[in-house]
Ligand binder design. Sequence first.
Ligand SMILES: Cc1ncc(COP(=O)(O)O)c(C=O)c1O
Length: 447
Amino acid sequence: MDHAELTLRDQPEPRQISLDEYWMPFTPNRDFKADPKMVVRAEGMYYWNDRGEKLVDASSGMFCVNAGHGRKEIADAVHRQLSELDFIAPFLRGHPKQFELAQRVAELTPGDLNRIFFVNSGSEAVDTAMKVALAYHQARGQGGRNMFVSRERAYHGVNFGGVALSGIVNNRRKFGPTLPGIAHMRHTHLKENYFVRGEGAHGAELAEDLQRFVALYGAENIAACFIEPIAGSTGVLVPPKGYLKRVREICDQHGILLVFDEVICGFGRTGKAFAAQSFGVTPDIMTMAKGLTNGAQPMGAVAISERIHDTIVAAAQDGAIEFFHGYTYSGHPAPCAAGLATLDIYRKEGLFERGAALSPYFLDGIWSLKDLPAVADLRGYGLFAAIEVHPAGAPGARGHLLQKKLFDNGLHLKTTGDSAILAPPLIAERSHIDMIVDCLRKTLATI
Ligand SMILES: Cc1ncc(COP(=O)(O)O)c(C=O)c1O
């Protein structure tokens, strides 16, 4: 590979940096290094690139920064925490903020999802949830339940459990058979629901795929069904009306745990704390990350029903570890402090309600792009939407070009395949939505 470097001119003394050593994740590295999209500063709704140009953030970074960038309250809380207690072993030792944050998260979760296990990312949350499901069934004498059901087009992170659940071919194809015993339901992106705003009228019957797996494999072998309430990373697939309720019913009928992966949907993206509340369906286990700390510190969490937690804990001998799982940085003091400061901001500023109130204006703006010839489909719910463009060349090539052109035109967003994903911070004003839509219109007309 050619040597690549960049001169940074955002400071009084320009300096040269090498681009060779850092292997970027989920990035065409050669393409990036030939035309780097470098960001050096952020505040509120905006980023600044290395040339000092301002960009609107239309994807909350990567669906994390729900309270907007540069929140001083979070930075101060992390600084205070690191000055007071930088690290404590997470096993056999505790610090107060872990317990406080767990309580605050439990206040937001639906039903009795009141037992909170901390991890460092969404991927770790997913693999942890899989282990919780297996441990629960073992504890209640149903250890034969070790299969999982997931869906085509699902994204559940990149660790081996999550990749096995994943329904996106590029995330699986180079990594062998991953885990055995995973069955994938069909996805719900039906032609009949193209350009439908919110929940589509078609496709609730696809929930019956789960019933078919029960018939095929036997419910006594199935531990859990993993669902993103809105499938995010594949391009915002909003569930059809009645679909999630039907999956819940089938799970209940057969003793299968329902896990909602709310890594993107959580913390106000759908107008409520969690999509579970927006769609009126309570899972048994819920994964979260991203918005938990406003993206300012790496952290994820798994919310577990009291019933599941109590069953696992009660099955262990007195004095024994009940769940042989955890990470060095589980409940690290700095992300706990960031999480508490973040949840304070969400509450004080009413950001979930604010996002819900802005949603119609946001979706109107996105749907105003329907007439553009490049647009193949629009999907959206809350402050979360996708614009899918007609492919040109290899799958994803046009989406990638769109993302680069948008950046050059002053808009940051995440694309996936040929879909642009819109998820503005919940602090957005109507004027920001107008800027986003104007830039999209201008740029979509050129690809
Ligand atoms: C639904 C879902 N689950 C899991 C993950 C993985 O999270 P992380 O990248 O923090 O490991 C993501 C990331 O986008 C996600 O959208």
